[in-house]
Structure formats: C-alpha cells, structure tokens
Design a protein around this ligand. Structure first.
Ligand SMILES: Cc1cc2nc3c(=O)[nH]c(=O)nc-3n(C[C@H](O)[C@H](O)[C@H](O)COP(=O)(O)O)c2cc1C
Length: 192
C-alpha cells in the first residue's frame, strides 16, 4: 500500500523557498505515495495556539477539543505514515504558522503522570523537517525542537536544511543542489 505523506507547509509565501522545497520533494515521490499538502498559514483558528485547557487529556479519543482547522489537521496527522513540517527560518526558529499546529499536537498524546506513562498514535511514524534560511546560521536551532519531539515520541526523524537559500524563490538559483537531497530523502522514505 502507498505510504501516506502529510506535508504541513508553514510559509506564508505561496511561491517561496519552502513551497519550492515541498515541490521538489513531492515530485520525487508522487508516483509512489499518497500525498496531502496543507498550508498552515491559511488555516482558520478559534484560538491562538494550544490554550492548555487539557480537555484532550480527559477523553479517550486522541483529538483536540477545539473545533477548528487545526483539529482537522491533527486527524490527518494521526492517519499519516510520514508527517513533514516545512518552514522558513524565522529568527532562528520555525515560523509561527507551523508552531501553531505543532503545539496543538498535545492532543495526540495521553499522559498519566502518576504512572509516568505516555501514549500516542504518532509512535512509529516518521517526522521530516524541510527548512531554508537566508544565511547559514540557525537551522540547527530550528531543527532541535522537532528532532527532540520525534525522539520523545518514538518517531523516526529526517531533515533537509537549506542554508544560504536567499529570499523567497531564490533557492532555485542559490541552492539547486537541494533538489537532489530531497530526491534522496524521498527515495529513503518510500523504501523504509
Ligand atoms: C520574519 C522573517 C524572519 C527571518 N529570519 C531569518 C533568520 O533568522 N535567519 C535567516 O537566515 N533567514 C531569515 N529569514 C529569511 C528566510 O528564512 C528565508 O528567506 C527563507 O528561505 C524564506 O522561505 P519562504 O520563501 O518559504 O518564506 C527570515 C525571513 C522572515 C520573513
């Protein structure tokens, strides 16, 4: 069965470097995978990020209790084999547009603090980070919260980080080599 790849694009630039990276990645795998792309910059929310209401911890289902677009994305995350977070570097971190969805992932975990246990349907999936930056400092800082979360969750982790990619759209001229990296990553992900 074809792998389900959910790509969350956290850039507000529809034709920017993040979208180009997503395009190169999907071109490499589209004949062999079921791909869905969600642009998180254009989702509609009822709250500004996770509001820590913790209602999700009191129900059996792994779902957010706030009924907005993030809730729909979270259902797709639980259903995917591979979750891709694609983002520009914004002040040495991921974009706020991706972080809004990332924090709402709280509802996909159940913690029992007395027993010291954590359960999540994300365990065993693969997390991928695709990111670009104008300069060559900071992409490691961007990657860290994602790789730590993947490790904590029991997910496999992969990334392609494109430093010196210029401003939106310039990655084509400045880092054409990134396309090959994304093709290699695509092949690896489909094979696993
Ligand atoms: C708000 C904002 C913050 C940025 N912060 C950084 C930064 O800290 N370091 C850097 O190298 N580039 C920074 N950039 C540049 C972008 O990360 C870079 O141009 C990226 O490839 C743009 O991707 P996009 O076209 O998908 O938006 C920033 C751009 C914006 C708009």
């Amino acid at each position: 069965m074809a792998k389900k790849i959910l790509i969350l694009n956290g850039s507000p630039k529809k034709d920017g470097n993040t979208s180009i990276m997503v395009g190169w990645f999907t071109d490499a795998i589209k004949s062999r995978a079921e791909i869905e792309i969600v642009n998180t910059a254009f989702l509609k929310y009822k709250v500004n990020g996770c509001i820590s209401c913790r209602k999700c911890q009191k129900i059996e289902k792994y779902e957010c209790c706030i009924d907005d677009d993030a809730k729909t994305v979270l259902v797709k995350m639980a259903d995917a084999d591979v979750i891709v977070f694609a983002t520009p570097l914004y002040f040495f971190g991921a974009s706020a547009q991706i972080k809004l969805v990332f924090d709402r992932m709280f509802s996909l975990y159940k913690w029992d603090n007395d027993a010291g246990t954590m359960k999540t349907p994300l365990k065993g999936k693969t997390m991928v980070v695709l990111a670009s930056a104008f300069e060559d400092i900071g992409l490691d800082a961007l990657e860290k919260p994602f790789s730590l979360t993947a490790d904590y969750t029991g997910m496999k982790f992969e990334s392609v980080l494109a430093a010196n990619a210029g401003t939106s759209g310039e990655i084509i001229q400045k880092r054409p080599d990134v396309r090959q990296q994304l093709e290699s990553l695509g092949a690896k992900i489909i094979e696993v």
